[in-house]
Write a protein that binds this ligand. Structure first.
Ligand code: GTP
Ligand code: MG
Length: 525
């Protein structure tokens, strides 16, 4: 078959997949969209990527959720006696992420009954009675009105052994760039699934965000997942063991195919829970069951596993190197007695007084203050979310995606790199060739990019090269290719710093591929 025939066959393939028929599942999704009354968000984006970049730049923002009663821990307490982990809450729209996040804050004593009553009244006034718990996380007016998270909510809580930052991602498909930004900072994911009749199905089907979020989370370095089967109290579920087992049995093969090591179950061993990459548990975010304390047998007699706090406590994540070269991708910046940058430390340690570089601009800066959750600390290590006050740079000279970096071993800026891509789902009739344009999301960078060369196609099973310089590839292919961007961006080899070397490609609001950086140009600048 010659190439043109090949291409035609490919186009036919994808045309046949759609077949002109309406997939009932898609139709269902559309209904959900209509109910959402968010039509303006679901308009197809016809121009190539740049709109998405702008949208992402405008939208990728976070809101700090502060409960009025929270007592800030003293400087000494922040001395890292407990480990710190970022937990991203992901899952399909309305699965109950914000409700569960809000319940966690309530149960850990950070929101009092009076505030809850106030939220109950406010929710009722907006005819959203059941949303009051979500109001703890959804703090802005638009979110409360529509009952949808838009910006990633951030809040903090502690268990016996750990300090956690919750990153409450939006589930709606219009806000996937915000979800990506949240997940790229996270160590662990809590995948919230609604057990309510029909809701699990809508989230799980093609086009549902349960699938997309899992694949994105894996690519973005979220190595452990707690799958919470939520809304178990709903009348259509009523704590049914069968429904729970059905959801678990459908999710397991999918999670496996997404690269998570799923071993069924969880073992209680030497007084701690041994967890695999993935752990399932039933909860009700709304009534707060199996979250802070073990399941009340009068509510659900069959569950003998851990509660959410226990599971979170026992999770072990790969250690980051406190002595490695300093790397902190910048997610946000502002002016406040100098320039303050925000981000998560991916490698190394920062101490007040350090000299660092802001890359890729190579600006020398001095660290004049380090803050964890607003508390000034002298030094901070990997895994911490920081605000770092800098001298020697104007906030206008910093963009999200820049990296605060060690001087001795800086991260470099590049305009191209070689990557290995896994193509997930191309848009209708599209073929993946040199010249393909997409939006690249890598750590906190959002940048338009172009595929300039397909180097080789790789057999997904054997992971060995199977075709040199293919002219095009289709859905499901694994391909090594060269990617180019217009301005310098900071990336690392996946093998050196996985968190800074894995990325996603999106076009017209859809994730079309996930990838890892395999090779950087010899002379980087
Ligand atoms: P997005 O941010 O838009 O993606 O949604 P979300 O996942 O944050 O869902 P949210 O917490 O806003 O909850 C959506 C709806 O589900 C609200 O009406 C909640 O009251 C309801 N809900 C959430 N958790 C539970 C639960 O455990 N049981 C029941 N019965 N309803 C729940
Ligand atoms: Mg939400």
């Amino acid at each position: 078959m010659d190439i043109e025939e090949d291409i035609r066959a490919l186009q036919l393939d994808s045309a046949e997949e759609n077949n002109g028929a309406i997939n009932p599942e898609d139709a269902q999704l559309e209904q959900v969209e209509e109910v959402d009354k968010m039509d303006e968000d679901s308009k197809p984006n016809t121009t190539v990527s740049s709109e998405e970049v702008q949208q992402a730049e405008a939208e990728v923002s976070h809101k700090e959720v502060r409960a009025p009663e929270v007592e800030e821990p003293s400087k000494e307490e922040v001395g890292n006696k407990k480990r710190h982990l970022n937990v991203v809450f992901i899952g399909h729209v309305d699965a109950g992420k914000s409700t569960t996040g809000g319940q966690i804050l309530f149960l850990s004593g950070q929101v009092d009954d009076r505030t809850i009553q106030k939220y109950e009244k406010e929710a009722k006034d907006k005819s959203r009675e059941s949303w009051y718990m979500a109001y703890i996380m959804d703090t802005n007016e638009e979110e409360r009105l529509k009952g949808k998270t838009v910006e990633v909510g951030r809040a903090h809580f502690e268990t016996e052994t750990s300090r956690f930052t919750i990153l409450d991602a939006p589930g709606h498909k219009s806000y996937v760039p915000n979800m990506i930004s949240g997940a790229s900072q996270a160590d662990i994911g809590v995948l919230v699934i609604s057990a309510r009749k029909g809701e699990f199905e809508t989230g799980y089907e093609r086009g549902g965000q349960t699938r997309e979020h899992v694949q994105l989370a894996k690519t973005l370095g979220v190595s452990k997942l707690l799958v919470v089967v939520n809304k178990m109290d709903d009348p259509t579920v009523n704590w049914s063991n069968e429904r729970y087992a059905e959801i678990e049995s459908k999710m397991v093969p999918f999670l496996k195919s997404s690269g998570y090591n799923v071993k069924k179950g969880i073992k209680f061993f030497w007084s701690t829970w041994i967890l695999f990459d993935v752990v399932f548990l039933p909860i009700s975010g709304l009534i707060g069951a199996n979250i802070k304390t073990r399941m009340d047998k009068s509510i659900c007699s069959w569950w003998t596993g851990p509660c959410l706090f226990e599971a979170l406590d026992s999770i072990e994540v790969p250690p980051r190197d406190p002595n490695g070269p300093f790397r902190m991708p910048i997610i946000d910046k502002f002016k406040d007695m100098g320039t303050v940058v925000m981000g998560k430390v991916e490698s190394g340690t920062v101490t007040e007084g350090d000299s660092l570089l802001v890359m890729p601009n190579k600006t020398h800066v001095k660290v004049v203050g380090v803050y964890i959750d607003d508390n000034k600390v002298r030094r901070a290590g990997p895994g911490e979310n920081l605000r770092v006050r800098l001298s020697g740079i104007d906030d206008e000279d910093i963009l999200a995606g820049f990296v605060l970096s060690s001087v001795a071993k800086p991260i470099f800026g590049v305009t191209e790199f070689v990557a290995q891509l896994q193509i997930l789902e191309l848009l209708d009739n599209a073929i993946f060739t040199a010249g393909y344009k997409a939006v690249l999301h890598i750590h906190s960078v959002v940048e338009e990019c172009e595929i300039t060369e397909l180097i080789e196609q790789i057999d997904p099973k054997t992971r060995k090269a199977m075709k040199k310089r293919p002219l095009f590839v289709k859905n499901g292919a694994v391909v090594k290719c060269r990617i180019q961007v217009n301005s310098l961006i900071c990336v690392e080899l996946f093998s050196d710093f996985p968190q800074l070397g894995r990325f996603t490609l999106r076009t017209e609001g859809k994730t079309i591929a996930v990838g890892k950086v395999m090779k950087l140009p010899a002379v980087s600048a």
